[in-house]
Design a protein around this ligand. Structure first.
Ligand code: UD1
Length: 384
């Protein structure tokens, strides 16, 4: 029936911004593997703006997607359902040796679910991270994807314990390191210098001499309610009097600031408000920063790899190694705590940390080697 299993592609799925930098090194490693692991790259279209998608493909030298499902924005239920409906025919048309998903966005869970129901092995990269906060949509996506995954690749050793606690067979879990850091190490030398970026954006060198901070904010729990978003922005405004802040504004956050009539809060001399940045620009900005203030997951890891102090504006993190070994401090959302934490970095220089085990630029290589062997063993034992 149909083509030989080993010639079918591994379908690799991306949907939203934080997926691209994880997928780029994996695709490169599959191509470099002997024998080559055939790939079909599917973009669900969860993110679709040039700034949130095309630009990052170019920066990361990701090949254009073979298939774009074009789902766009919608409620969680509708978005997840649309991805599922549109993804299943792709499996029918191309066949799949396995479906590989990364991270924790809605597209991750949707495609894993379709593959699992079709009896196709699900491979999850960045498994086992847990915030233990089930109000986060990503936590639901992580827990459920891991439950149905056949191979689970982890970025830090704590993930293994989380998975085993949830009843996942330990032999399915493989510690490979962090593919996001593969991308960072491969691209850092191509990143524009922060001073070039700031000058181009009209923020003179004079301001740079005192250093600057970088801000990103987009978690629904921080930005979807005026009572939370307002005080956070006020605290940032206070910090910006001591340290100029470059604020790369996510579309969700911009839309909410407009809706709440708060956009003018960013109209302060210490703020430089930018649209979502390219991957290389963001790396350049972070690498040169005095500190980064964020609620992103990936940025907690990138700042740890860069050795730049990170203040995380959340009550929890699914990436504890960044706090235990890296440069991350979990500050919470209390404005006074945020101001104090920023003052402490300005006065004491902040945490320097160290780079965790296997965050060495070779995680994708380990995945390619392991997965190729795992698939061959499975296929030769007749398990399809
Ligand atoms: C999604 C992920 C989140 C990830 C984030 C990175 C889920 C549940 N959430 O959140 O884990 O950290 O991506 O950005 O999958 N929008 C645009 N242009 C776009 C995409 C979105 O303007 O290209 C706007 C739309 O108004 C949309 C809103 O942003 O409604 C939110 O987009 P959505 O994909 O639903 O979630 P994110 O907040 O981006």
């Amino acid at each position: 029936m149909g083509i030989k299993t080993s010639l079918r592609p591994v379908i690799c799925v991306v949907g939203a911004r934080p997926n691209y930098m994880k997928m780029a090194p994996i695709i490169r490693a599959f191509k470099a593997h002997e024998p080559v692991v055939p790939v079909l790259l599917v973009h669900t279209g969860q993110h679709y703006d040039v700034a949130m998608s095309d630009r990052l493909f170019a920066d990361l030298e990701l090949p254009p997607p073979d298939v774009n499902l074009g789902v766009g924005s919608a409620s969680h239920a509708v978005q997840t359902a649309e991805v599922m409906k549109r993804f299943e025919p792709v499996i029918d048309e191309h066949g799949a040796r396995a479906v590989l998903v990364v991270g924790d966005v809605n597209s991750t869970l949707a495609c894993a679910l379709v593959a699992s129901k079709r009896g196709i092995p699900v491979v999850h990269v960045e498994s086992g991270l847990r915030s233990y906060d089930r109000t986060m949509p990503e936590e639901i996506n992580r827990v459920l994807t891991d439950q149905i995954a056949d191979v689970l690749y982890t970025t830090e050793r704590s993930a293994h314990a989380n998975l085993v606690r949830e009843g996942i067979a330990p032999e399915r879990v493989v510690f490979v390191g962090n593919v996001m850091i593969d991308s960072l190490l491969a691209n850092l030398s191509k990143a524009p210098s922060a001073s070039d970026l700031m000058t181009t954006a009209g923020f003179g060198m004079e301001r740079l001499r005192r250093g600057y901070g970088v801000v990103t904010l987009h978690r629904p729990s921080n930005v979807d309610h005026p009572d939370t978003l307002g005080p956070i922005v006020d605290a940032l405004r206070t910090i910006s009097r001591r340290l100029p802040l470059v604020f790369a504004l996510h579309p969700r956050t911009r839309a909410n600031l407009e809706r709440f009539g708060m956009l003018d809060k960013l109209d302060a001399p210490g703020f430089l408000v930018l649209p979502p940045q390219g991957y290389l620009e963001m790396l350049g900005l972070m690498a040169g920063a005095t500190m980064v203030l964020t609620d992103s997951g990936g940025i907690q890891e990138e700042t740890t790899a860069l050795g730049v102090p990170c203040l995380t504006i959340r009550e929890n993190t699914e990436r504890p190694i960044t706090v235990e070994q890296g440069t991350n401090t979990l500050v919470g959302v209390d404005p006074a705590a945020l101001r104090d934490a920023a003052d402490a970095v300005l006065e004491g220089g902040g945490r320097r940390g160290r780079v965790p085990e296997y965050w060495d630029g070779r995680a994708a290589e380990r995945i390619a080697a392991h997965l190729a062997a795992w698939l061959s063993a499975r296929e030769s034992s007749g398990g399809e």
